[in-house]
Write a protein that binds this ligand. Sequence first.
Ligand code: HPA
Length: 277
Amino acid sequence: MTADDLTRPVQEAADALRQRLGDSPARVGIILGTGLGKLVDEIEVQDSIRYDEIPSMPLSTVESHVGRLIYGTLRGVPVLAMQGRFHLYEGYSAHEITRPVRVLAALGVETLLISNAAGGMNPLFQRADLMLLTDHINLQGVNPLTGPNVDEWGPRFPDMSEPYDEDLRQSAEAAALKRGVKLQQGVYVAVEGPNLETRAEYRFLRTIGADAVGMSTVPEVIVAKHMGLRCMAISVITDECFPDALEPVSIADVLTAAAEAEPRLTQIMGDVVETLA
Ligand code: HPA
């Protein structure tokens, strides 16, 4: 793999989007993961671009993830929102799943807001709670920064002492307090998936210091930090992963819990975006 293999697809996508959108004033990027699909309804949409219209863009293969890039304003703030993200379990590489983050940064995005669905392992967490990520553990076995480092993108050995921006976290906390929404905080561990974990695995993941487990977000945050973006991420706790009282979980259960939490998550994300005006 050469540096050109990494930069060319990003440039192709960014060039095509610049042609279509002009010079985007959006400095805020949003990855609408599970539980945040409805935030789109609050965006005053100027353009909605299907991923298959964007060169070099992977395509979403998961039914619950629509594949569109939305350009518009949310509470008066210009945003670029990815409706649908990519996961390792779809068979894409760590570089491919994070390419959209590179593209957003190339278009001028400086702040990245992310949502995801996660299993709650902290015994104080309940199904449909929200959890603000304070930190993460990458247990996916791959890293989107392997291969040649593109120095214009960022350093070879990026710092990870604060993956989730302190100011953005405070904004989220303030929003939750104002709205009377319970906002848990904790460490998210990313696994490859697609199967959910065994009891032994949940016990292990809890022991190493994680509060919630999911299959996304960490690669995106690593790439965003590599490029100097500020990040905030919130998980919807879609299932309770307590090893000694584990119940079988279906994807339908996960989506039901996500839908239940969606209005609260939408409010908090909207409030945080508003602070970025
Ligand atoms: N494990 C991994 N990913 C998940 C889970 C889980 O229990 N729930 C939602 N996403």
